[in-house]
Design a binder for this molecule. Sequence first.
Ligand code: SAH
Ligand code: SF4
Length: 357
Amino acid sequence: MDSRDLLDLSLPELASEITAWGEPSFRARQVWEWGWKRLATDFASMTNLSRGLRGRLARAFTIRLPTVAAGQGDEEGTDKVLLTLADGQAVEAVLLREDRRRTVCVSTQVGCPVGCSFCATGGMGYVRDLTAGEIAAQVLHFARVLQCAGEEVTHVVVMGMGEPLFNYDATLRTIRNLNDPQGFALGVRRITVSTVGVVPGILRLAEEGLQVNLAVSLHAPDEDLRRQLVPLGERWPLREVLSAADHYAERTGRRVSYEYVLLREVNDRWEHAHALARLLRGRLAHVNLIPFNPAPGLPYERPEDSRVDAFRRLLIGSGVDVTVRRSRGVRIQAGCGQLRTQQGGSPAASHEADRVV
Ligand code: SAH
Ligand code: SF4
């Protein structure tokens, strides 16, 4: 428990540790490859390293594997797992299979401090941030599952439990580690970070020199309604969120996605669609409409399909690019916003997801 998690380190950090032991630096690359490419779960299996080095690595580090406390799958190829971390806390992660895409949705916090009124994770409150190693372990868990079928993780969406830009350093460290060409080698353009609108985080992300996809959770076309749904709207008004997102699009050349959870009779009427179109017209933007996924205790309903379609058509007619996120994993409470690890025992988590980018 005291030794450091190998997956928390960057390659340069690992190299400086190992060269300090008098080993040549290519040894660090070998270890890195074992951890991130060959998905090793222990040091003993790193057979191209000397027995002595393997022993020393095992004393200095661990490869911290979360335990699968519960797992559920559905007929569409969505798998959800509840992972127990070293301190007994738990998070959920989801694998979505769609055509040739294999998307892993990861959590960045246990719970979430934001408390959006339509989100099951928000209802849990905030417990703690995950470490970079704990975020990466969710991806590697499913990478190992897929490896058995000769498949690979093709996309990662940071859309599980928590607000990633409130756990900025660990999130970025994980993204850089996953992207490293000598290891997991996942292209940054295949990674999407979803934020509820943490303006300083968006501006910081714009300067990282990474072309990560940014998804901004908007949910309302006007300030008053947004504040009712997203308490953080008080801190960062819509105008500031949009201008930070514009800046992100300019700096990275990447189109920003706007997520809009459709709540029946709350934000799904034609006047909302009109106002949303006015807000986004002319922007390098794409709207993801997410029909509400119900979870116990949430006081909203999903609009009828006809309403969702009318909303979509109105946006398209106004020149706004839009997709409706097909609900995946909802039956197993793995849809967007359904992720939750109930304290005191009964897991009722979720994330949905599908073609998110
Ligand atoms: N905290 C970040 C990322 C996690 S939430 C954020 O809010 O963006 C990921 C997505 O799930 C967000 O777009 C969020 O609005 C959506 N979501 C939350 N609760 C939902 C629900 N009950 N039904 C559908 N989508 C939901
Ligand atoms: Fe947190 Fe995102 Fe859920 Fe809001 S929608 S409570 S920010 S996880």
